[in-house]
Write a protein that binds this ligand. Structure first.
Ligand SMILES: [Zn+2]
Length: 184
């Protein structure tokens, strides 16, 4: 049973080589969390791959990617810890540098995950639902009209539909999400 659930979880998980996130590709609820066997997928992942979740605790994301189920990105916290963590990361009031603008709902982590998802065939609409932003915002991210990293590259190599004749992705365009994301 336990093994079967683990297999179902992993069969629906895409490991993003850039962010290290394990993106859950199954059902996603309205808040952007993965759902497996009627439970939150990251909680299922934590229990299967880390250990039991004590009563009253919740599983929080270090990476802020709600559909991520990488046990290394998950940690146990109280509800208050989760709130404090969100405040520290600027998710509650949009106060962190770099995300304190109209893109406040997105982070470099989620932007990378969105581009990965798009490169793997997810639609703008599906990504918009998953990350709680509008399809236009997703389109701008995927086409490199927003969240442009240092070096000017917009999307990982292999992303489809960037634009015909694009010079992006050449040797000079080095994607550097870690550097750009460090501007906290
Ligand atoms: Zn993650």
């Amino acid at each position: 049973m336990r093994r079967a659930v683990t297999e179902r979880l992993m069969a629906r998980t895409y490991m993003c080589p850039m962010s290290g996130c394990w993106l859950f590709c199954g059902a996603i609820n309205s808040k952007g969390y993965g759902v497996l066997t009627r439970r939150l997928a990251h909680r299922v992942a934590y229990e299967l791959l880390v250990g039991p979740m004590p009563a009253g605790m919740c599983v929080c994301h270090r990476c802020d990617v709600r559909c991520c189920v990488n046990p290394a990105h998950l940690f146990l916290g109280t509800h208050q810890d989760n709130m404090d963590d969100m405040t520290a990361k600027g998710r509650r009031n949009g106060v962190s540098a770099g995300t304190n603008n109209r893109h406040a709902k997105l982070t470099w982590e989620s932007v990378n995950a969105i581009r990965e998802g798009y490169a793997n065939g997810d639609s703008y609409a599906a990504l918009a639902r998953r990350y709680g932003v509008g399809p236009t915002a997703i389109s701008r991210v995927c086409r490199g009209q927003s969240w442009v990293a240092l070096g000017g590259s917009m999307a990982p190599a292999g992303a489809r539909g960037i634009r015909r004749g694009s010079k992006g992705g050449g040797a000079g365009a080095v994607y550097q999400p870690s550097i750009a994301g460090a501007s906290k």
